[in-house]
Write a protein that binds this ligand. Structure first.
Ligand code: SAH
Ligand code: SF4
Ligand code: F3S
Length: 466
């Protein structure tokens, strides 16, 4: 998935709540997907009224929150190496409270406390709203504890603390619209660590979006593991397409994007939104995972290569300039070279605008961990290199095709390169760097594309739209 935007435009403590001397420092490290990024924002928003402000230095922190991801073995390993490094911090400043949340916390539960005895709180994916009370308990008792509720008490506005004056926001603001996943793809740990699918009410989502827009957000990123099945279990039910229309009609949002979509649930109604809803950016992340029907079946994806390709074709009839990105993996148990060629065929045919590609790894609870034969790591690496090289050529070609076009860019901030350039995205989601005054941050400008690189574009400012 695309990394979450990090531009912060409202970090000022507004004077309400404790005075500066009492402010406590919060260090957050987030691994994994954008839903984890959003949960970390929730933690920040929830703890602001308790007097916490964020720091980028864990050594100065009173509270460290590590939000973990378990989707692949490598992701889990990264969490352990960070936790290893925190041991020294805890030894030097024993007052620092260390909290581990997210999917590894849910996966290991109390076992995590046994393995990392200097961790104070392990909190499951549905326990986040309990964090303020757990912190107080640890402060009082100085005993470590775990909290793993089976369901979240609420997914309404109270999720995020009512004290909205202290909320931080970003120009591109994520809003989680649903939690969990019911798809049970055979390789995936997410349904086990995030639980069953449930949707937030449209009125809560709209209210949250209104607040974010008021604070300066321009683009809203609607998040869920499978947003296409949003609203099925609400009373009354509502489709995801209708939620998009509500957001477009009832708020002053400039741009809407969403992620992630499961191909089997991509409806005609949703595809038509790309034609009918002007604020909806022409960009869709539609993971295909594998090209071979035999492997797709073993993955329990419930679509065939042909169905996937037909949907892509249809999408392009509704919106010819739509950018399509996807996730794909190599080395699923039983995958042969012939199967892998089918994956390469899909990449050739679709000509994705970007691709996130992974080596398959066995995950706890996932049925594929008991499927055989396993593909050896060398073959996985060989396939991944071949796949990534094909996609790199396609991405570069597509980026170079942008040269000479003029694109509307939402300016998100200064370029990370630190050379005085601004950075933003085109409607298709491509990153563009260009020179211009900082006053353009948060605005839509027209930029002429003058170079196309492997991961970004270079542009020249033409005009400011608003
Ligand atoms: N809900 C999203 C994806 C969530 S996980 C969806 O359905 O598309 C993000 C990506 O991680 C997946 O799309 C998949 O490509 C990859 N992934 C998940 N489990 C994996 C595993 N066991 N090994 C390797 N990659 C995996
Ligand atoms: Fe995992 Fe599949 Fe659910 Fe995505 S749709 S989170 S890959 S089970
Ligand atoms: Fe990772 Fe959990 Fe997201 S496993 S991808 S952080 S839902």
């Amino acid at each position: 998935m695309m990394p979450a935007n990090k531009v912060i435009i409202d970090t000022q403590y507004d004077g309400q709540g404790p005075c500066n001397d009492n402010l406590k420092k919060l260090y957050i490290h987030t691994f994994g997907c954008q839903m984890n990024e959003y949960d970390s924002l929730r933690v920040e928003r929830m703890l602001a009224p308790e007097g916490y402000i964020t720091t980028s230095d864990p050594k100065k922190a009173d509270l460290i929150f590590i939000n973990t991801c378990s989707v692949r073995e490598k992701a889990e390993q990264k969490v352990y190496s960070l936790l290893g490094r925190l041991k020294r911090i805890k030894a030097r400043s024993p007052h620092t409270i260390i909290v581990v949340g997210g999917c590894v916390a849910q996966q290991l539960q109390e076992n995590l406390l046994n393995r990392f005895h200097y961790v104070d709180i392990v909190i499951g994916t549905k326990g986040i709203s309990k964090l303020p009370e757990l912190i107080k308990e640890v402060q009082n008792t100085r005993k470590s504890l775990g909290c793993f509720p089976d369901h979240e008490e609420s997914c309404g506005m109270e999720w995020l603390s009512p004290n909205t004056s202290q909320w931080k926001t970003e120009i591109v603001a994520p809003v989680t619209i649903m939690q969990g996943c019911d798809n049970f793809c055979s390789y995936c740990i997410v349904p086990y660590v995030r639980g069953r699918e449930y949707s937030r009410k449209p009125e809560d989502i709209l209210q949250e979006i209104e607040i974010l827009l008021e604070k300066g957000a321009k683009e809203i990123l609607l998040l869920g593991q499978n947003v296409n099945s949003y609203g099925k279990n609400l009373d009354p039910p509502i489709t995801f397409a209708n939620l998009i229309k509500l957001v477009a009609q009832k708020t002053k949002v400039t741009r809407i994007r969403f992620t992630t979509s499961h191909p089997k649930d991509l409806t005609e109604e949703l595809m038509q939104c790309f034609r009918d809803v002007p604020q909806l950016c022409p960009q869709l992340h539609l993971p295909f995972q594998a090209g071979s029907d035999r492997i797709l079946k073993r993955m329990n994806r419930r679509y065939t290569q042909k169905e996937y390709l037909t949907k892509v074709e249809k999408l392009r009839t509704y919106r010819s300039d739509i950018a399509i990105t996807a996730d794909v993996m190599v080395g699923f148990p039983g995958e042969t070279d012939e199967d892998f060629r089918e994956t390469m065929k899909v990449i050739e045919e679709v000509q994705f605008d970007g691709l996130f590609s992974f080596r398959y790894s066995d995950r706890p609870f996932a049925p594929s961990s008991r499927m055989y034969p396993k593909v050896d790591e060398k073959t996985k690496s060989r396939w991944l290199t071949e796949l990534q090289s094909l996609q790199a050529d396609i991405t570069l070609k597509k980026n170079q095709q942008e040269v000479g076009t003029s694109r509307e860019v939402l300016v998100e901030g200064e370029s990370k390169a630190g050379n005085g350039q601004l950075t933003g995205r085109t409607p298709q989601g491509r990153i563009v760097n260009f020179y211009g005054p900082k006053s353009l941050i948060g605005k839509i400008v027209v930029v002429k594309i003058i170079e196309g690189y492997a991961h970004s574009l270079k542009g020249e400012l033409q005009k400011q739209n608003n």
